[in-house]
Design a protein around this ligand. Structure first.
Ligand code: AP5
Ligand code: MG
Length: 187
C-alpha cells in the first residue's frame, strides 16, 4: 500500500507518518529528512538544496525528480511506502503516478492533514526553539506556508478526482489523530 501524507508545514506529516508507517510495517520516505541529511553531509545535493530550504522555497523539480525516482526504486519500497513531503508539485505527482503505474501500482490513499494556520504558526515557532531547524525562522515559515498554498494545495484536487483523498482533522492530540488515520487506512 502506498499512502501519502499531505498537509501544510507543521501539520504533522512527520509525526503521523512515523506512526502509520510503523503500524503498516512500511518505510516512510521523507524528502525533507533526506535533504536535511544531505545538507549536513555537504553532498552535491545538499549544497544545491540548502539555500532553497533556508529560504522556505521548494528545491527545484530538476533536482527533486531524480531523488524521488531513486527512493521509489529501492527494494524496501517495492510493495508500499508512506510518503511524507512529496509529491509537492504537479511534476512530482506526475512522476509518482507514472513510476508506480509502470509497476502496476498506484497511490491508495491521500491523508490530508487539516490544521488552521494559527496553530501551524504556533507549532513551528515552538519547534524553532527546540530543534533549531534552519527554516523555522519567521520569514521562512511565512514563505513555506505561501508555497504550500500555491504549489502543493492544488494536488488535493488532482487526487480528489480519483476519490482517494481523506481529510483528517489535524488538531487534537497526536493519539486522537493517529486513531483517525488508523480508521481510514483500515489497520
Ligand atoms: P519538509 O521537511 O517536508 O517540511 P514541511 O513541509 O515544511 O513540514 P514540517 O516537517 O515542518 O512539518 P510536518 O508536517 O512534518 O509536521 P511535524 O510532524 O514535524 O520540507 C522542508 C523543506 O525541504 C521544504 O521547504 C523544501 O525546501 C524542501 N523539500 C522537501 N521536500 C521537497 C520536495 N518534495 N520538493 C521540493 N522541495 C522539498 O509537526 C510539526 C510540529 O508540531 C512538531 O514540533 C510536532 O511535535 C508538533 N505536533 C505534531 N502533531 C501535533 C499535535 N497533534 N498537536 C500539537 N503539536 C503537534
Ligand atoms: Mg516534516
Amino acid at each position: 500500500m502506498f499512502v501519502l501524507l499531505l498537509g501544510a508545514p507543521g501539520s504533522g506529516k512527520g509525526t503521523q507518518g512515523k506512526i502509520v508507517a510503523e503500524r503498516l510495517g512500511l518505510p516512510k520516505i521523507t524528502t525533507g529528512d533526506i535533504l536535511r541529511a544531505a545538507v549536513r553531509a555537504e553532498t552535491p545535493l545538499g549544497l544545491q538544496a540548502k539555500k532553497y530550504m533556508d529560504d522556505g522555497k521548494l528545491v527545484p523539480d530538476a533536482v527533486i525528480l531524480s531523488l524521488i525516482k531513486e527512493e521509489l526504486a529501492k527494494p524496501e519500497a517495492k510493495e508500499g511506502a508512506v510518503f511524507d513531503g512529496f509529491p509537492r508539485t504537479a511534476a512530482q505527482a506526475e512522476l509518482v503516478d507514472t513510476t508506480l503505474g509502470e509497476r502496476g501500482q498506484r497511490l491508495s490513499k491521500v491523508l490530508l492533514l487539516d490544521v488552521p494556520e494559527e496553530e501551524l504558526l504556533q507549532r513551528l515557532t515552538a519547534r524553532a526553539a527546540q530543534e533549531n531547524r534552519s527554516d523555522d525562522t519567521p520569514e521562512a515559515i511565512r514563505t513555506r506556508l505561501q508555497v504550500y498554498q500555491r504549489d502543493t494545495a492544488p494536488l488535493v484536487a488532482h487526487y480528489a478526482q480519483r476519490g482517494i483523498v481523506h481529510r483528517v482533522p489535524g488538531t487534537g492530540t497526536i493519539e486522537e489523530i493517529a486513531t483517525e488515520i488508523q480508521r481510514i487506512v483500515g489497520r
